[in-house]
Structures are given as C-alpha cells and as structure tokens.
Write a protein that binds this ligand. Sequence first.
Ligand code: CUV
Ligand code: SF4
Length: 639
Amino acid sequence: MKISEKVKSQSVDPASREILQLAADQEIETVWNRLEKQQPQCGFGELGLCCRICAMGPCRIDPFGEGAQKGACGATADTIVARHLVRMIAGGAAAHSDHGRRPALLLKEIAEGHNQDYTIKDPKKLKAIAGRLGLNTENRDIKELALEVATIALNDFGKQDENTLAFVKAYAPKKRLARWQKIADDLSALSEKTIGILPRGIDREIVDIMHRTHFGVDHGPLSLIAQGVRAAIGDGWGGSLIATELQDVIFGTPKIREATANLGVLDKEQVNIVVHGHEPVLSEKIVELAATEKMQELARAQGAKGVNVVGMCCTGNEILMRHGVPIAGNELQQELAIITGAVELMSVDVQCIFPALAELSQCFHTHFVATSDQAAFPGSIHIQFEEDKANLCAERIVTMAVKNFINRKPERVQIPAFTSQAMVGFSVEAILEALGGTPEPLLDAIKSGAIKGVVGIVGCNNPKVTHDYYHIELAKALIAKDILVIGSGCWAIAAAKAGLMQVETAKDAGPGLQQVCEALKIPPCLHMGSCVDCSRMLVLAGALADTLGVDIDDLPLVGSAPEWLTEKAISIGTFFVASGVSVHLWPMPPIAGGAQVTEILTETAEEVFGGAFFVEEDPLKAAEKMAEIIAGKRLALGL
Ligand code: CUV
Ligand code: SF4
C-alpha cells in the first residue's frame, strides 16, 4: 500500500499509517481531519489568556500589550493563566482520584462480604500496604485487614481535618514530607498569607481549587499554583497511588511477562473485543468471561475460532500488565481499530474516549458499548456496569460481541500485519524481584555510572504532533546515553509497539546500560503500567531516595510527557515537579501569556522543589537537556 506524505506526517507507526491511508482513501473522518478543521486555533486560548469564569466574560488579554491588559473584574494575565492552569490540575487530579475511589469502595464491599464477584488476589500486597499504614498485620484475618485499609483510603478522600493524607504520610519519603512542610511555612511567611502544600483530603483539594478559582476569590499566581501543587500531590501520592495499590490487591500485582502490541493483535478469524478507557474493574471481568468454555463454544457456533480480547489505552495497560492481554494501541489508534472492520465490539468506561467513536462505529458492524454511569456517548449502546453484578454484565457484553461476528463484512476487513513483542509488567515489586530483592543493584549501577540516571516518560498522544514520533525518538536518544527509561500510559504502548521493550533492544543502548540490561535480562525501557501507575514511579523514586538517605530531588531522575494531551498529564507533571523531578513537556501548555506563572513553573519551582518544568520540541535536544540535568545531580551527589 502506498502511504502518502500527509499520512507519514501524521504517524510514524506503520500499522497506524496503513489504516490512516485506508481512511483517507475511503474518506472516513478521523481526529486528524477534525483537528485540521479547527485551524487556525484561537491564539488567546493557546496562551491561556481567555477567561470564561463569570458572565462579564469571556474576557481576553491582548498579548501584545496594546489592547486590554485586564479582564472586566481587573484580573491580570497571570491571574487568568494561573486560574486556568490549576483548573486543569483539578480536572486531572479528579479523574485519577475518582478512579482510585472505585477500587477502595470495591475492596470495602469485598471485605464486608457484599460482593461475590471479586476476591482479594494479592493478600501479600495488602499486608505490605497495611504495614506501611502502620496497621498490625500479624495473624490478621485478611478481610478484616482489607476493611481497615479500605477505610483509611476512603477517609483520605473525604476527611475534613487538617492532617496530611494517611497515604501521603505512609508513602512519601520522610525528607520530602519535611520539605513540603517547610515550603508551606516559608511561602506563608513570605506572602503573609497561609499557603498549604501538604494535601488534607483528596476531594477537598480539588474542591478548594474550584472554590478559589470561582469569580472573585484567589487572584495570586503563586497562591493559586501552590493549591494546584497540593491537589497534584493528593493525586500522585494519594488518589492515583490508592488506585494502583488497591487494584494490585484485588487483581494481582503485575509480574514481568511477554505480550504483543499493535493493531495486528486483532484476529481475522476470531471475535474481537477491544476494551478501552481506564478502569480495570470491568475489563478484568471481560477478559475472564471471554476465556470461558461457554463463550468460546458460542463463538465457534457463530463460525469464529474463538474470542479475542485486546486492550486500548490505559485499561488496556492494566490488563496487559496483569495478564499479558495483547494491546491494540494507544490513544490515537482508537478510531483506527474500528476502521480495520474487524472489531465486533468496543467496550469503554471512562477517560480518553473520543465521542466520535459512536458515529464511526455505526459506519461499521462494530457495537460501541458504554458502561459507566459517569460517561454517556450519544449514539452508543449503554450497558450499565454494576460491580455487584459484574459477571452478568461482562457475560452480556461478550455475548453481544460474539453474536455480532456474523455481521462482519469480510471485504471491509483490513488488519495491518504489524505486531511487536514486549516484556511488560514492571511493577515496583517486579523490578525489585528482578534486582534480587533490594534496590541496591540499581543504585550500584547508578553509582558506577553504568546507568547515568532514570527518565520516566508518561502520557498521551496528540494529533498536533506526529503520533509516537516524540515518544520513540526521545526514548531511543536516552537509552543511547545510558539513561534507563521507565514509563506508563500511551508512551509505554508506543515503546512496546516500537520494539523498545525487548531485552535485545539493549544493543541500541549505551555500553553501560546494555551490560546492566543483559545481566538482568530486562529491556532498556520498562513498562510500569497505566496513568495512575505513575504512582509506581513515585514509589520507586521514594525507595531509591530512602535507601540512599537523600531526598528525591538529589537523585538523577527526570520526567517527560512528550506528546501530552489531557489534564491528567498536567496533574502528573505537577506531582513529579512537586516531588523534586524536573519535567519536560511538549506541546507547549497554555501558560505563555502569564510571565509570572511561566517563571514560577520553570524557575521558582527549581529553587523550591528541586525540579521544574521545561518545554522543548526537538526530542534530541530534550534528551540532551535531560542528560545535563542528570549530570548535574550526579555531580552534586559526588558521583
Ligand atoms: Ni491514562 S491520559 S491519552 S490513555 S496516557 Fe493515553 Fe493513558 Fe494520556 Fe489517556
Ligand atoms: Fe472576565 Fe474577570 Fe469574569 Fe474572568 S472573572 S470572565 S476576567 S470579569
């Protein structure tokens, strides 16, 4: 198939290119076409200079200094930019944390015997969490312990006292906790206004943002950003971490395993079900039910060879990490999967799901099934998921997919013949196990310089930039510099598809990293999971810091979101920076209209937290800059 230059500029992924070309030839609309129709996009919005917070607005600030320099209420450019930014953090923290609430509620239901469809698959992890929280774990009934852990987690969401979240206290390194308190004290003294950094309640910090960004409340850029940081810490070390930890308890902690990635995992001869979204609660059940003899038999009765469940985006990452379920693609491949004509059913829950999928699926035989009470998609089929009837719901969905097989139009089926093998499942527990039980070997490799440092890459695709190009080029440039790359979300899927998660890829790493990878039989890029699993990276960083007796910002670590798109990515970037890890972003976030906000994020943050944001388009230059940051940290550590 001949691929046009235009399609080549849209994606570097060969499977995606094939389907994009097919879509172009058949005039099937995708996100790229719709984004094109949005051009030129609003310059005020791009700079963050548009405010719609009250009905005197929308107000805009003239970035050239000629027209209006204040909103009708008198809000300055920096106020408007900061308010908008922290509302993005609130959105991201809310999405992650509300996700975390689910496994917390489910664990409570299981512990109390109210849910028979789920069990506690990893009691060892439950004990480890309970131990961190300071609970007595000796000779305890597992359900009793589960109830205590779930109660503490749920309390962290809704508690009203001024104390720091129990999970933050239990997981963040001691030095960082003390630092956050000191930062709050210093900033309060400096501004003569109380400023808090340590989160009190996961939900509360998000509500606090919505309150203080309401018309006529907080107008101080620093004060606003500090609250953004507080909510982001409540996300990373709170909501996201609770999601990860309790999902591990209920579904099992990921172990290292082999899996397959890219659209080629769709099977011409089987019923294909794509699970897309974020929460594993239902997708786990779909995987389980699809594998039953009853469903496989039903599939054979329809003329299919069986039922093939594959993942997409972060719910895909969840079942990939825990069961090695193949992953069909990342965010920009959600439409492409349907355009292959081989998907009988796509089941979605929450987050990162294009509403366009409803109309698109109607052009094919695909059933597009929404399942969450929080997420409606006009034009979809809604099958309401309820946790206490999980098996029934999953069976309904799988049956519906199987029965749809006869409606497939073979002449419309085009499955790209591209797949890659990937070694996945690098939870902190799995990494430590690969290292022989302690972080010492990794620290030794860092000390000796075999590994110069670690970069965590996260997040998203964005059709404003060539799909997967930044993810892959950045990772390749880093491993060549002996920098170990870890990561999650859509980056991890991009890396898996590009073959970067194979032990053999170590040959493309620098000599030091190559040797370490070959000795440990691990790839130079490690898949740590979904977006909420960014908390795994925090936990790993905390373990390294505590073992060395230093703070996280002393370590040679950098973060990046090179194709970021969602508000969640902004929250992730913020909790990395707050934890002392500098973060690279591309594309440019909507802050350039606020000089003071930009300075706080790119300079002041460095002094305060030991990490700051930086923006760079060129992945090679970004890798250079990361290597510089790492070299600086190594020097300061005396390495
Ligand atoms: Ni949660 S948040 S586009 S699926 S990583 Fe992918 Fe990952 Fe960003 Fe969404
Ligand atoms: Fe305009 Fe102020 Fe209202 Fe924003 S809050 S829309 S700047 S008047």
